[in-house]
Design a protein around this ligand. Structure first.
Ligand code: GLU
Length: 276
């Protein structure tokens, strides 16, 4: 009697498992293109990489990642986006957590010692975001002020190295926390790429509250990070990026994602040419 009960329960579990597998299909696609591909993006940068409340993703990096994945043989439904925060990017690639990263990821020598880059696919510049009535007008004005940036970013490093070594720099794990600190008055400015700051400034909930100072404090050449030594993937991604520019998809993605924020982006970079 007891045994029978267990058997019945097991059968029920088995039936559930089978039907779940049947309904959930698509995880492992046996057709060409193979399994899923994991791609690192930001989750909290509107216009660049954003996880929407409904679980979908938007932004320029998301569109670039989707185009590149397609060229690599993956349909959009085969992409699994993974959050890669600024300070996690090199490790995520070394560990093999993701195949490639499209996350406002600037190419520089320090990072090139640990990962390889395809691209660049966008040229941005470090800038400052302040309250609309702020008197901060240039980088040096930040000395002695409370400033927020993100750990593991070139933006935080540049502040310490050259822009304002005397600033009281707070490093958060994401820019959205910095924006909250700016709104509450805990910091006087947020610094990172103009492409990112423009996206926050244009959000409905912040309309009229913040302004970009308009300084070009650095050149940020966005690359697509891959595991060190994976030259085959770098070559494939470079070919995809070139195609994306040539067929007009790059321009479309720029207009769709940066247009609403009024961000005036630089023309498409040449593959392999990093602006110092
Ligand atoms: N592009 C800069 C960087 O790679 C700042 C933006 C970011 O932290 O993602 O560090």
């Amino acid at each position: 009697m007891k045994l029978r009960k267990v058997t019945a329960a097991s059968a029920a579990v088995l039936a559930l498992t089978l039907s779940a597998t049947a309904c959930g299909g698509g995880d492992k696609d046996s057709g060409s293109g193979g399994d899923k591909v994991k791609v690192g993006i930001k989750y909290d940068q509107p216009g660049i990489g954003l996880k929407e409340p409904d679980g979908s993703f938007s932004g320029f990096d998301v569109d670039v990642a989707t185009y590149v994945a397609k060229e690599l043989g993956y349909e959009p439904k085969q992409i699994e986006f993974v959050e890669t925060k600024s300070s996690d990017r090199e490790n995520a690639l070394s560990r093999g957590d993701v195949k490639f990263i499209v996350a406002s990821y600037s190419i520089n020598d320090k990072r090139k010692a640990k990962v390889d880059f395809a691209g660049p696919y966008l040229l941005a510049h470090q800038d400052l975001l302040v309250k609309t009535d702020s008197k901060i007008a240039k980088g040096a004005d930040l000395n002695g002020k409370n400033l927020c940036s993100v750990a593991g970013s070139t933006s935080a490093q540049n502040v310490k190295d050259k822009i304002a070594p005397q600033a009281n720099l707070r490093r958060n794990s994401g820019y959205s926390e910095c924006i909250a600190a700016l709104q509450s008055g805990a910091v006087d400015a947020v610094t990172t790429d103009d492409s990112i700051l423009a996206g926050y400034a244009a959000q409905d909930k912040f309309k009229g509250q913040f302004k970009l100072v308009g300084e070009q404090l650095s050149n940020e050449n966005y690359g697509i990070g891959v595991k060190k030594g994976d030259k085959a993937t770098v070559d494939k991604i470079n070919a995809a990026l070139k195609k994306m520019v040539d067929d007009g998809s790059w321009k479309k993605a720029v207009d769709k994602n940066f247009g609403p924020a009024g961000y005036k982006n630089e023309p498409a970079p040449k593959i392999g040419v990093v602006v110092k």
